[in-house]
Design a protein around this ligand. Structure first.
Ligand code: SF4
Length: 183
């Protein structure tokens, strides 16, 4: 998951008082962070410490920069080639509230949302966390579970280790059972 830091926030309001994310970087046109052509946002901060993590610089909860979700949504809307948004990191569920709001805005544009997380599906759906639920419900494909170096497989689609699943979120929530894409 390589990415570049894009231009700094130009909005003159205060991102700490509006709905904003702390991010480590953005890749505006990615073909490796989910199916299709995607706008990938890498949040700053992760509560997991997976050995072999591809983005260890995104693990600390210090650093990064604040950016309004409106600014991200506008950038996505401005690119007609995009299939959707990918939320990665870092751990998106540590900023689930603004991630959910951004994801919903992107879905309302008719685009898809892929969210990467170190949490397993079973933990996310059993937790009593309103923002986690909002983010799940605004996600089309969830790539779940930590990266496990011993299970690393470079032939897998859109994930690094074989414990990770590409979950069809809408179907899984509706049926109450995990439905996996690209097994
Ligand atoms: S969950 Fe992802 S970002 Fe966090 S430590 Fe593991 S591989 Fe790195």
């Amino acid at each position: 998951m390589k990415f570049t830091i894009q231009a700094a926030c130009t909005n003159t309001s205060d991102p700490d008082k509006e709905e904003a994310l702390t991010i480590g970087g953005i890749e505006g046109e990615s073909i490796v962070d989910g199916p299709g052509f995607r706008y990938a946002v890498f949040v700053q901060g992760c509560c997991f410490s997976c050995p072999g993590c591809h983005n260890p610089q995104l693990q600390p909860f210090t650093g990064g920069r604040r950016i309004f979700i409106e600014e991200i949504a506008a950038a996505i809307q401005a690119n007609p080639l995009l299939d959707g948004l990918t939320l990665s990191g870092g751990e998106p569920f540590t900023q689930a509230g603004p991630c959910a709001s951004l994801a919903r805005r992107v879905q309302n544009l008719g685009l898809t949302v892929v969210t990467y997380t170190g949490y397993c599906w079973e933990v996310l759906v059993s937790g009593d966390n309103r923002d986690w639920r909002r983010l799940l419900e605004a996600t089309d494909i969830l790539v779940d579970g930590p990266f496990i170096h011993e299970l690393r497989n470079i032939d897998l689609r859109f994930r690094g280790s074989s414990n990770q699943r590409l979950i069809d979120v809408r179907r899984s929530l509706a049926e109450g059972i995990v439905r996996v894409l690209y097994p």
